[in-house]
Design a protein around this ligand. Structure first.
Ligand code: ATP
Length: 636
């Protein structure tokens, strides 16, 4: 328990109230884990990351996870919070019942070091959106407002309430990440290095908040690097890790005596955290192995199952927890995958009764679309710059190719102009989509894995919120160039060109999203042009299709540039367009039909081209969906 000074400090910060205004029930929780292994694949080899670890966390207590770099601190958090399931085996029980990932996630949360946030929302908007998504739709707006206000007040964020997330300090960002998770009042909270990058005062403030959360009756587990003695005082329990093993797990007060018993001398006036770090950094000699073994005996399975008496002797608080003698420890299947989690969900029997955070898919979509439109409207690259660039380039192209549309002597130049339009629309929409993924995708992954919304809702919101830009930019671009270059004065032909440009923008956008979601930024930026540019050769612009060797014909058939080019040329020169003006003695392509014949585009193929391009849209939309699914799998 905190000493007197600490308790006073907490009282001032938390004003004595619960972290979100809804006091947790005084029910006691216990998370017990034993024989937990975690292996990951590295270069086709299995690497052991957590090796037969055992321990437990109790409500009302703040636990520090200590250990040298690479000891497995982040991994233990990932595994116990349910964020990593692949390659995990062992026994994890919550209040004596099997921990099943899906339902367990509803009562637990994990706040990683690099908690992904949308930079272009204010603190208030971030909180309101999370409340809208995480609380049941029946929750009254006044109630939601009260929750947001309480959390903001308790976490001392009033001053930055209307500040954009990107302008927050490191400490304020951390507090916001805690605030978001507090919305649903989770009884179990895991934090990965909440004090990293903060000065000692801010670190103390954050740990004080965590202490307050623990005192409200939660299980709070927190990885911490070299805490000062003052910080260390706030922790109740400690887990010390060494190379994937647990060297110690239990009350802080018992750590030093345990280490001393194993033969490690504790220097006087030393910070216990530094001592723990030194011990856990030792080679795995007999002393360390005896500590690991001792910990297993205390907390592990049948032969080494924790002895009730022993556990009670260690910690008074545990008595209450052990009164419920119904420990039904069930094996978590090794290498748990999605299926096993799903079936586990069916059998969920958690004892905590909490309001189901259910928001219908349609409502989720509305909230996500609203949020996405709000962030986009503030995004310089996504909106303002994109529109401005489209307009400037269109005016430039219009000026360069001024009035050539009806000039029979400059037909091939007009075709070059069309090719430029295609290139610009494609890359002008694919590249911004790639660039926005590194901001959006981590937030999506976090929120999706926390069960805020379904993949369907996110996907549908992406389609809806991106649509305005996909309509505005190519429309402006095509219209400006069309009229400046004096293409046919015919509304139908203009509409045909407009449709092609919109379709091409959508193809580019979804290709960008698909590649941006699945690959790292640099890779995606390299792959999109790397894959699409070769297909330009088969567009019929650089080399006529009939001149190509038979080997390359199939590539023409799948080149979306070819269909775009064909559709544009058909819209401008096809469908019985009369002869063009000719101010010279002889214009070779005065007759549009001659041009179409030369380009192998004699038949009226516009409808066919649009159909093929629509298939390309569907292809990239499906690819984007798959890329999100793969990304989620990879994160797990
Ligand atoms: N997916 C993975 N594939 C291969 N090795 C991994 C994987 N995840 C973690 N590891 C390795 O497991 C070990 C423990 O990693 P972890 O991130 O849990 O350590 P940590 O104690 O949190 O380190 P730090 O304090 O430096 O953040 C490290 O050696 C790491 O390289």
């Amino acid at each position: 328990m905190p000493d007197k000074d600490d308790a006073m400090e907490i009282e001032t910060i938390g004003s004595g109230s619960s972290a979100n205004g809804n006091l947790l029930s005084q029910e006691k929780f216990k998370l017990h884990f034993s024989n937990v292994f975690y292996t990951a694949k590295q270069n086709n080899k299995l690497v052991s990351i957590l090796n037969d670890i055992c321990g437990e966390f109790k409500s009302g207590r703040l636990t520090a996870v200590l250990g040298p770099s690479g000891a497995g601190k982040t991994s233990i958090l990932n595994v116990l919070s349910g964020f990593k399931a692949n390659g995990v085996s062992g026994k994890i029980t919550f209040n004596g019942e099997e921990r099943n990932n899906l339902a367990y996630r509803k009562v637990s949360c994990y706040i990683p070091q690099d908690f992904a946030l949308l930079d272009l929302l204010t603190v208030q908007e971030t909180m309101s959106d999370s409340v809208d998504l995480k609380l049941p739709s029946e929750t009254k707006s006044e109630e939601k407002e009260k929750i947001v206000n309480d959390i903001i007040r308790i976490l001392n964020m009033e001053k930055c309430r209307h500040r954009l997330v990107r302008n927050l300090s490191g400490g304020e960002r951390k507090r916001l990440s805690i605030a978001i998770e507090l919305v649903t009042n989770p009884p179990i909270m895991f934090f990965d290095e909440p004090t990293s990058g903060l000065d000692s005062v801010s670190s103390l403030q954050i740990i004080n908040y965590l202490k307050q959360l623990a005192l409200d009756g939660r299980i709070i587990v927190c990885v911490i690097h070299q805490p000062s003695s003052k910080l260390m005082k706030l922790f109740d329990d400690v887990i010390v890790m060494s190379r994937g093993n647990l060297v110690y797990s239990g009350p802080k007060v018992d750590m030093i005596p345990t280490f001393e018993e194993a033969g490690f001398a504790f220097p006087e006036y030393y910070n216990p955290a530094d001592f723990a770090l030194e011990v856990s950094s030792e080679e795995h000699n007999e002393q360390i192995l005896s500590l690991i073994e001792r910990n297993k005996i205390r907390y592990c399975g049948t032969s080494t199952h924790p002895n009730e008496d022993e556990t009670n002797a260690i910690d008074e608080n545990t008595k209450i927890l052990n009164n419920s003698n119904n420990h039904t420890t069930i094996d978590v299947p090794s290498h748990c995958g999605t299926e096993s989690r799903r079936s586990a969900h069916e059998r969920c029997r958690f004892t905590i009764i909490r309001p189901e955070a259910k928001v219908g898919v349609y409502r989720q979509m509305i909230i996500l679309t609203r949020r996405s439109l709000r962030t986009m409207s503030r995004n310089l690259i996504a909106v303002q710059l994109r529109v401005v660039v489209h307009v400037i380039v269109a005016v430039l192209v219009g000026a360069v190719f001024w009035d050539i549309g009806n000039d029979g002597a400059r037909t091939l130049t007009n075709i070059s102009c069309i090719f430029f339009i295609i290139m610009f629309i494609f890359f002008g929409n694919a590249m911004p989509s790639i660039l926005l993924c590194p901001q959006d995708t981590p937030v999506f992954i976090r929120e999706y894995l926390n069960g805020w919304y379904s993949l369907r809702a996110y996907y549908a919101s992406k389609l809806t919120s991106d649509l305005p830009m996909l309509l505005i930019c190519p429309s402006l671009f095509t219209a400006i160039i069309y009229f400046m270059t004096s293409q046919p004065d015919d509304i139908v032909r203009f509409a045909m060109c407009w449709v092609v440009s919109i379709i091409l923008a959508i193809v580019g956008h979804f290709m960008g999203l698909a590649f941006g979601s699945i690959f790292e930024l640099q890779m995606a930026i390299l792959l999109v042009p790397g894959i699409s540019i070769p297909f330009m050769i088969f567009s019929g612009f650089f080399i006529r299709i009939h001149e190509l060797s038979d080997i390359f014909r199939p590539l023409c058939d799948i080149s979306f540039y070819r269909y775009t080019m064909e559709a544009f040329i058909q819209a401008i020169y096809g469908y019985g367009r009369p002869d063009l003006q000719c101010d010279r003695e002889f214009c070779y392509f005065k007759s549009p039909s001659k041009l179409l014949k030369e380009l192998d585009m004699e038949a009226d193929l516009y409808g066919h081209d649009i159909s093929v391009l629509s298939i390309w849209i569907i292809f990239f939309m499906v690819l984007f969906f798959i890329s999100l699914v793969l990304r989620i799998k990879r994160e797990q």
